[in-house]
Write a protein that binds this ligand. Structure first.
Ligand code: GTP
Ligand code: MG
Length: 213
């Protein structure tokens, strides 16, 4: 049986920050101008090549609306990585990061790799949150920081791939890399690999640098 490596991530953050658009751009290479409110959770996946290894990224796009938060939480537990997204044009989405982070710290694995994502950086004239403030927040909380535009696609691949690389680095450091382990999975899966595939991630496919805009 051919092996394919798998890794699971969640995308979290306030409603309207562009989580679904980031996923759409990463998976489908397109942008939707409509805010199609996510109900509960959506899913997308993409196979990427990391250092010669095929890796299937399984991405859970959670709803930002308060009423769905408990559903979103149930997806944290099995995620090896998270994109924590705010909107650079809406200060309150940045102010709420602490709450999202607390949620992740409480409900996710302690080893989860979190990347802070400042999205909508194409809207330069409407920008409110300074890059410096976001970088400080990221540093204080031990997060990577990257800026993206789901509209122009700038930084989008980088955000997902750098998170993947961080997960890999953590696995290496912890001596946790095993050929037949799925890192993360669907909620309630208990990290079981339902179709018998394994994981072996490696290399540095992220382009480095700190974002796009
Ligand atoms: P919930 O599902 O409610 O949690 O929202 P969400 O975070 O998934 O937001 P969504 O991806 O649906 O995007 C909300 C709105 O922002 C939509 O109208 C998008 O077109 C717009 N949007 C998302 N990303 C960008 C971006 O990078 N630039 C611009 N200009 N607009 C964006
Ligand atoms: Mg959505």
């Amino acid at each position: 049986m051919s092996q394919i490596n798998k890794i699971s991530m969640v995308v979290i953050g306030d409603t309207g920050v562009g989580k679904s658009c980031l996923l759409l751009q990463f998976v489908d290479r397109r942008f939707s101008a409509v805010h199609d409110l996510t109900i509960g959770v959506d899913f997308g996946s993409r196979i990427v090549d990391i250092d010669g290894e095929r890796v299937k990224l399984q991405i859970w796009d959670t709803a930002g609306q308060e009423s769905f938060r408990s559903i979103a939480r149930s997806y944290y537990r099995d995620a090896a990585g998270a994109l924590l997204v705010y909107d650079v044009t809406r200060r309150e989405t940045f102010d709420h990061l602490e709450r999202w982070l607390n949620d992740a710290r409480q409900f996710a694995s302690q080893h989860i790799a979190i990347t802070l994502v400042g999205n909508k950086c194409d809207l330069t004239k409407r920008r409110i949150v300074k890059r410096e403030d976001a970088e400080n927040f990221a540093e204080e909380n031990g997060l990577e920081y990257i800026e993206t535009s789901a509209k122009s696609a700038s930084g989008v691949d980088d955000a997902f791939l750098r998170t993947t690389n961080n997960i890999w680095n953590r696995l290496l450091q912890g001596g946790l890399v095993r050929k037949t382990t799925t890192i993360g999975g669907s909620p309630g899966s208990g990290n079981n690999d339902s179709d018998g595939n394994g994981i072996k991630l490696g290399g540095n496919n992220g382009k480095g640098g700190k974002g796009c805009c």
